[in-house]
Design a protein around this ligand. Structure first.
Ligand SMILES: Nc1nc2c(ncn2[C@@H]2O[C@H](COP(=O)(O)OP(=O)(O)OP(=O)(O)O)[C@@H](O)[C@H]2O)c(=O)[nH]1
Length: 554
């Protein structure tokens, strides 16, 4: 049966139960509102990280009991054996005082659990589903949200207790697995650690304080919680421990008395338990002057104060961060122009964007671009540069005699003249040799076409007008269409370049002014013969003399 929602009761020697409002701090509601807004707009912008509180300790030390007392509701599986077998991430959300409290599991979306016994059963069932029914453990979280007027907005994490001896389905390395799981939560700098140690154990050798010390060596975020003060050995007390004389902690200790197993079996409510706790501390003179370190309400107050301090610390930075973001978002919003709902308006907007894109492309090619850059050549000027500087230079670098040795020429002449000896190069071997050289023009020409293609793609990206930032799908589509269009043009261009080079190879233009042949060639060759340098092939002052034919090479 669900209990009445209660706030922790007020011991006579303690202050009122803490709540965001009662402490008079209005920062928590402000931050909650902010969190709600950011959650609603579904942005990744997380301006503030509220601390989460992880409860650590050895098995059955009373971790779940402490959490329940803080929430003021009875909803966690508790008992003498291992109970918490999966991390339970409990998000507490404060709602209006008039609203009914309820819980919601992430794994059962859309279902509100108004009955807190039902919540406990679901935690048990979900634990069994993942970790099995035989004391097995799993590090897969159960996420539960509790909406209540009596809670502070904070995230609490109930973790499996440290145990050393494996039982049931637990693996042999259970201790190290649990420690690793605990560490993964408490190592976060925004995680407050409630290190729970039962008073009826050896306090000085507390596993909880030891693991908390590993994660938080300076002790800035560890609060020591001593449970089970009611069942300590007669004649012993935890006074010196609560005073921090045994193991000092910056944030100090709080002693609490939770419900015993018998209380739970007798269905004692948390409200009753808080009254009993108050009575206990009142009846123990040894704790009388430690009012600020005893009782669940004090623990809640301490947590609240730390939360407020944390928010106060981050608030100035948060304020300037939000103001700066606001200015830049407003600017961005203004640049997007008017919103339009009608189909006609959308069509006009689309047309407008597309015309702006094509205008930008044209002006980039034509060169009358307004945002003229002085640091780099781009657009039409860059294409001109590719043709005039890069392409021409590459063509000039092609050596017409490369890989054409005297022996190649001599062999070609011999093969062409058969048994006769030859003075001049016959047409056929000349054409064979020269064709091979002309083919060398193909690579630089195709490369020039590819440079132009890449430049056009770059220009297309530069032309993505600012309005397009708002429409990523349209931007991608334009990019795809332009890319495909240019790619479709590149293939035929390369084919055409290949054809032009082939045409040059098929028809050797001997009428070119730079071509030296016929009677002029004979005349030069005769002079060579006369000067007894009758080599059939000779390179001389930029002229390659091939038998009777001379080709200008520079
Ligand atoms: N007498 C007394 N019993 C307590 C106190 N705190 C917890 N218990 C009992 O100790 C047992 C274990 O408590 P839990 O709150 O389940 O402990 P836990 O640390 O969450 O246990 P695991 O999650 O299984 O590690 C329960 O039977 C509680 O009723 C306390 O302050 N006094």
């Amino acid at each position: 049966m669900a209990e009445e929602p209660v706030a922790p009761s007020t011991p006579h020697h303690q202050q009122s139960p803490p709540s965001a409002a009662s402490l008079g701090h209005n920062v928590i509601p402000i931050v909650n509102k902010l969190q709600d807004i950011f959650a609603q707009i579904g942005t990744n912008f997380n301006p503030i990280e509220l601390p989460q509180v992880a409860v650590v300790g050895c098995q059955s030390s009373g971790k779940s009991s402490v959490l329940e007392a803080l929430v003021g509701r009875d909803f966690l599986p508790r008992g003498s054996g291992i109970c918490t077998r999966r991390p339970l991430v409990l998000q507490l959300v404060q709602i209006d005082a008039t609203d009914e409290e309820y819980g919601e599991f992430l794994h059962v979306p859309g279902t509100r659990f108004y009955d807190f016994d039902e919540i406990r059963r679901e935690i048990q069932a979900e634990t069994d589903r993942e970790a099995g029914g035989n004391k097995g453990l799993s590090d897969k979280q159960i996420r539960l949200k509790i909406f209540s007027p009596n809670v502070l907005d904070i995230t609490l994490v109930d973790l499996p207790g440290i145990t050393k001896v494996p039982v049931g389905d637990q693996p042999s390395d259970i201790e190290s697995r649990i420690r690793t799981m605990i560490m993964s939560y408490i190592k976060l700098p925004t995680c407050l650690i409630l290190a729970v140690t039962p008073a009826n154990s050896d306090l000085a050798n507390s596993d909880a304080l030891q693991i908390a010390g590993n994660a938080d060596p300076d002790g800035y975020r560890t609060i020591g919680v001593i449970t089970k003060l009611d069942i300590m050995d007669r004649g012993t007390d935890a006074r010196s421990f609560l005073l921090g004389k045994v193991i000092p902690l910056r944030l100090g200790y709080v002693g609490v008395v939770n419900r015993s197993q018998e209380d739970i079996m007798l269905n004692r409510t948390i409200k009753d338990a808080l009254v009993a706790e108050e009575k206990f501390f009142r009846s123990q003179p040894v704790y009388n002057d430690l009012a600020d370190r005893c009782g669940v309400p004090q623990l809640a107050k301490k947590l609240n104060q730390i939360l407020v301090q944390h928010i106060k610390k981050v608030l100035p930075g948060l304020k300037s961060h939000i103001s700066a973001t606001l200015v830049s978002v407003a600017k961005e919003h203004a640049s997007f122009g008017e919103l339009t709902e009608s189909k006609a308006g959308m069509g006009a907007l689309l047309l407008n964007i597309l015309s702006k894109y094509s205008e930008a492309f044209c002006s980039m090619i034509e060169g009358n671009n307004e945002e003229m850059s002085t640091s780099e050549i781009f657009g039409g000027a860059r294409i001109h540069y590719i043709f005039q500087s890069l392409f021409v230079k590459r063509l000039e670098e092609v050596d017409p005699c490369e890989d054409l040795t005297d022996d190649d020429i001599r062999t070609a002449i011999h093969n062409a003249t058969g048994p006769r000896s030859a003075l001049f190069v016959p047409d056929v071997p000349f054409e064979v040799l020269i064709r091979r050289q002309i083919a060398r023009l193909l690579d630089p020409s195709v490369q020039c076409a590819r440079f132009v293609y890449h430049e056009l793609i770059k220009m297309s990206h530069r032309c993505m007008v600012h309005e397009l930032q708002r429409f990523p799908v349209l931007r991608k589509r334009i990019d795809d269409v332009t890319g495909n269009f240019l790619r479709d043009g590149l293939q035929p261009s390369e084919t055409m370049i290949g054809h032009i080079v082939e045409m040059e190879m098929d028809y050797i233009n001997s009428s070119h002014p730079n071509f030296i042949g016929g009677s002029k060639a004979v005349e030069i060759a005769m002079k060579q013969v006369k000067s007894s340098k009758a080599a059939t092939v000779q390179k001389h002052k930029g002229l390659t003399v091939c038998g009777g034919l001379f080709v200008k090479t520079t």
